[in-house]
Design a protein around this ligand. Structure first.
Ligand SMILES: Cc1ncc(COP(=O)(O)O)c(C=O)c1O
Length: 407
């Protein structure tokens, strides 16, 4: 076989993968239509999108907001989380899952993930519950639903709220139901990289009318749906999604099924194809996951099967072969945002009675996964032809065959 590209050989692939975002003339028209409507905020499109996306995710109610981060903040506040409360979050996720907790004045409690799924470990959640725990945030990492059976049971048993962070999980389904309203509340992101995208944007789903009403009020200056414009029963911010984004999302939503189906097909095919490669796995299948959204295709790498080649060096070699990939997150509790003392930092709250010491937190699975195991391929790599999947597999096999050249 040819020399590795990183050593000067020809790469397996020179063709780019499917570009992201994808947009059509319908999307262009949707944006122009908003422009001409002269109604650029709180118009028909935001409301129509709220109905359509809530229905898509099988939730009774939906509130369209400015980002996935603000969706989390509002969901937490709607759930009654506030000063001095603890919220259990996974240590392997985007920073917003935990920073949203701090932004509402509560304390994130980091727990480890399962080695076979990369999702929050329900045993670790159970061990972390204290009388201060008010909520659990289950992130459906990479678009793979977390164990919602165990997590909903735990939340019910301890009378705490379960919030699904589904920022990466549009169209994902657990036992035949789309995620977002299986827990008390769900949150989504429409930021540029996401499987449904309007540059920025977010969404809250719930099938609880009281929580829906609170979320609506919190995102709209504390107004109430039936109240007068200058009537404010709650203190809320302005986190509304604008009409341009709502118009674009309504149009983009029409192709979500087709794209989700392609990601599922190609993600499944890639999972099957790498089964034959020693030292490369993906997360373990679970028949309760009836749709994996594949926001990311996660590979679990073992250097031992690649002649000791480190994960980071493997990533460089795979990139050189024309397959874009990356290592992903760092353990979140180690970020200076949580370990450094800032004057304005809400974690000093006297309501909590002592600042959490994140320097003492160790989640061994997260640390190993971040340091030496995880490799991410982004969702757009799964939107093309079967030959794209073949190229990924060929490039991995080529590196394995020639791993000794990289020692
Ligand atoms: C798991 C998770 N939660 C929350 C967010 C925050 O979403 P946004 O970037 O729209 O604020 C993201 C975005 O990357 C995410 O991946």
């Amino acid at each position: 076989m040819a020399q590795l590209a990183i050593c000067g050989g020809s790469p397996v692939r020179t063709k780019p993968f499917t570009a992201w975002p994808i947009f059509s003339q319908d999307d262009e028209k949707a944006l122009i239509d908003v422009l001409h409507s002269e109604r650029w905020f709180m118009g028909d499109r935001k409301e129509a999108f709220e109905k359509a996306f809530a229905q898509y995710q099988e939730a009774e109610f939906g509130v369209a907001v400015s980002s996935g981060t603000t969706a989390l903040q509002i969901a937490l506040e709607a759930a009654g989380v506030g000063l001095g409360d603890e919220v259990i979050v996974p240590s392997y996720t985007f920073v917003a899952t935990a920073s949203a907790v701090a932004l509402v004045g509560a304390v994130p409690v980091f727990v480890d993930i399962q080695p076979s799924t990369y999702n929050i470990d329900p045993d670790a959640v159970e061990a972390a519950i204290t009388p201060r725990t008010r909520a659990i945030i289950a992130v459906h990492i990479a678009g793979r639903p977390a164990d919602l059976d165990r997590l909903t049971a735990l939340a019910q048993k301890h009378d705490i709220r379960l919030i699904e962070d589904a920022a990466q999980a549009h169209a994902a389904a657990w036992k035949g139901q789309r995620v977002g309203a299986i827990g008390d509340l769900g949150t989504f992101s429409f930021q540029a990289s996401k499987n449904l995208n309007a540059g920025e944007g977010g969404f809250i789903t719930t099938s609880n009318s009281e929580l829906a009403q609170r979320a609506w009020s919190l995102h709209n200056c504390g107004r109430s749906p039936e109240g007068a414009w200058y009537e404010h029963p709650l203190i809320g911010g302005n986190y509304r999604l604008g009409e341009f984004q709502a118009g674009l999302l309504l149009s983009q939503l029409k192709s979500l099924d087709e794209l989700a189906e392609r990601r599922s097909r190609n993600g499944g095919a890639l999972g099957n194809a790498i089964e034959g490669i020693e030292g490369i796995d993906t997360t373990e299948p679970d028949e309760r996951i009836t749709n994996h959204a594949y926001h990311l295709f996660v590979m679990r790498y073992s250097a031992a099967a690649f002649n000791g080649l480190s994960r980071d060096h493997f990533i460089e070699a795979l990139n050189a072969e024309g397959i874009p990939c990356s290592a992903g997150y760092r353990p979140l509790y180690g970020e200076p945002a949580f370990t450094t003392r800032f004057a304005h930092y809400p974690l000093d709250s006297p309501y909590y009675g002592g600042r959490p010491d994140y320097g003492q937190v160790h989640c061994p699975v997260t640390e190993r996964v971040c340091a030496e195991e995880a490799i991410w391929l982004t969702q757009n790599l799964l939107l093309g032809e079967e030959s794209d999947i073949t190229d990924i597999v060929t490039a991995i096999e080529k590196i394995q065959t020639h791993a000794d050249a990289l020692q």
